[in-house]
Design a protein around this ligand. Structure first.
Ligand code: ARG
Length: 230
């Protein structure tokens, strides 16, 4: 109690869904969670004096868990959007992404999103990609819990395309070029933010200050280069 407590570093739970390389995934060799988001939130904790406890969970449960306070922080390539802003608060944007379309490597009819009308599309449940795909005329959209399963469905021919965040598509496609390719342009710009419970300004300030410090020190740029190679 008292003095002792104030010296203890607070520990915050951080939720993400770990089939989203290179942002959050399980390192096959070590079995540990890793990726840009994971290293970023740990680095923020280091400069702001808090520890993190990592929690892998279904993507569609993250925002609601942060909303109820069951989880302190959502760091999962979460796009800042109108709907989510009703339930949680977001940090300053920390990454610019966008959606793109993945098809089988030998696909020759689908050259852009325009060719997806009436097609079978695989997506990850609860994502902006899922939302987008459902606006495509006549599309038959199937939600998967994991991005890796949605990709497998494309490979197997159960779906014609995957609509998902481009940095993640780039990563998985580069790992199996014989199976997949990306077609067309980036569909729309999206910005990722780190989510906290509405009104938790104390924690949000720590996160925003931490982000600022990491940008100023060059640590952010180092992590970016490590995981996105640019
Ligand atoms: N950016 C997209 C969204 O917010 C997809 C994020 C999926 N993240 C994940 N770790 N699976 O909906």
């Amino acid at each position: 109690a008292g003095d002792k407590d104030t010296k203890e570093k607070p520990k915050y739970t951080v939720a993400f869904e770990a089939t989203f390389a290179p942002l959050e995934f399980r390192d096959e060799k070590t079995g540990e969670f890793t990726g840009f988001d994971i290293e970023l939130i740990k680095a923020i904790g280091e400069v702001e004096g808090f520890d993190v406890e990592l929690k892998d969970m279904g993507f569609d449960g993250i925002v609601s868990s942060v909303k109820t306070g069951n989880i302190d922080i959502g760091a999962s390539g979460l796009t800042i959007d109108e709907d989510r802003l009703e339930s949680v608060d977001f940090s300053t944007p920390y990454y610019k992404a966008g959606l793109s379309v993945v098809v089988r490597a030998n696909e020759d009819k689908i050259k852009s999103v325009k060719d997806l009308k009436g097609k079978k599309i695989a997506v990850q449940i609860g994502t902006t990609g899922s939302k987008y795909a459902k606006t495509i005329e006549g599309a038959n959209v199937t939600d998967f819990d994991q991005v890796t399963d949605a990709l497998m469905e494309v490979k197997n021919g159960g779906a014609d395309a995957l609509v998902n965040d481009n940095p993640v598509n780039q990563y998985y496609v580069s790992k199996s070029k014989k199976d997949y390719k990306i077609v067309g342009d980036i569909l729309e710009s999206e910005y990722y933010g780190i989510a906290v419970k509405k009104g938790n300004t104390k924690l949000l300030e720590k996160i925003n200050n931490g982000l600022k410090k990491l940008k100023e020190s060059g640590e952010y740029a180092k992590l970016y280069k490590k995981w996105f190679g640019e």
